[in-house]
Design a binder for this molecule. Structure first.
Ligand SMILES: O=C(O)CCC(=O)C(=O)O
Ligand SMILES: [Fe+2]
Length: 360
């Protein structure tokens, strides 16, 4: 049987959804009993539970934490950090508070593309002309995205502002610490990553995954890799994040990443994979919706290189990591070029393959 999802006019449905200036949260509030075709997922990869995400205790001495970070970044690309001294719960509650504001207040922020560094929609910006025929399904998620260089946090509603500002103050320190640990674990010295990439472009995504009347038919976030150097995620206790195993006997299988109370989750993004000359892995992940009753909130901070397209700001595999045994696997690129490639090739493996050097 051809699924309903194949028989509808994707472009028209998307145009109508865009024109309604609504979000999936409002659809749920309106009481829909079934999932609209734009959101129906056809992928079905049953998750297994064969891998536990490693944990790095930040109170350990560097002689212990650096090898742990290095091992995690070289294998599954994800790790929990504990003893980070940050009240992540308060920040996630603030995310929930924003998304649960009355519709009239939150809809004032509605925008698909960033306006003064902020957007709020179900669909983060995607180029409507970049696909022929049915395009990607829409995520069962609403995101408030804040580009920190460009945004005035004073515009955030009082219900979430102070907690998010405080979280960002703390996360800046954690970001610096993570950059040093990831750099040191590459064997290039603690400051090298910061010097080479200027981790100045930060994006905060405040995500809300509403309950779904048919949770098994949707995806909160479709499979993707992050474009960042690295990402730090805070989440509540609902769960739903899944990671694709990279390498080994179970290569390609999905595993659940259950939330660890109080821990933050760090993952390697595509830029770090390229800069590390494939030492580190940027691993595919997605979010499933667990419940027809409970909404999930999460808060991702993407640590990106400064967004500059000039030739003087070329990024590429660090010289120290290029050897005769392991030549450069990627050519150099600017962040503008990298982000254009993401828009063109989507949020998966192909966008990094564009920078691959042909090896013997
Ligand atoms: O909400 C989550 O658990 C993950 C979100 C995510 O992967 C992303 O925003 O890139
Ligand atoms: Fe992600």
């Amino acid at each position: 049987m051809a699924g309903a999802a194949e028989l509808y006019d994707y472009a028209a449905a998307l145009a109508e959804f865009d024109a309604s200036r609504t979000t999936v949260r409002s659809l749920v509030e309106s009481g829909i009993a079934s999932v609209p075709p734009l959101f129906i997922s056809t992928t079905n990869y049953p998750p297994t539970d064969i891998l536990a995400i490693p944990t790095v205790d930040l109170s350990l001495p560097l002689s212990s934490s650096v090898p742990l970070v290095g091992a995690a970044a070289r294998t599954c690309g994800f790790f929990h950090v504990t003893n980070h001294g940050i009240d992540a719960g308060a920040a996630v509650s603030a995310v929930r508070a924003f998304h649960e504001l009355p519709p009239a207040i939150r809809s004032a922020f509605y925008s698909i593309a960033a306006v003064e560094g902020m957007s709020y929609s179900t669909v983060p910006y995607m180029d409507r002309n970049s696909f022929d025929g049915p395009g990607p399904i829409l995520p069962w998620r609403v995101s408030l995205r804040v580009l920190l260089q460009a945004a005035d946090l004073g515009r955030l509603p009082a219900e979430c502002r102070d907690a998010l500002v405080e979280y960002l103050r703390c996360i800046e320190e954690l970001g610096k610490k993570m950059a040093r640990l990831l750099s040191e674990a590459l064997g290039v010295g603690a400051e090298r990553l910061e010097t080479a990439t200027q981790v100045e472009g930060w994006l905060m995504a405040c995500n809300y995954y509403p309950p779904c009347p048919e949770p098994a038919r949707v995806e909160g976030a479709v499979e993707h890799t992050d474009p960042s150097l690295f990402t730090v995620l805070a989440q509540d206790d609902i769960g739903g994040l899944q990671v694709r195993i990279n390498g080994g006997d179970n290569d390609g299988q999905w595993v659940d990443v259950p939330p660890v109370p109080g821990a933050l989750l760090v993952n390697v993004g595509d830029v770090l994979k390229l800069v590390s000359n494939n030492e580190y892995h940027s691993v595919g992940h997605r979010v499933m919706i667990k419940s027809s009753q409970d909404a999930r909130a999460s808060l991702a901070v993407f640590f990106n290189p400064a967004m500059s397209g000039g030739d003087s700001n070329l990024l590429g595999p660090l010289q120290e990591l290029i050897t005769t045994e392991k030549p450069a696997m990627y050519r150099s690129f600017t962040m503008t070029e990298f982000m254009d490639s993401r828009r063109k090739f989507g949020h998966g493996k192909l966008s990094t393959d564009q920078f691959r050097v042909a090896l013997e």
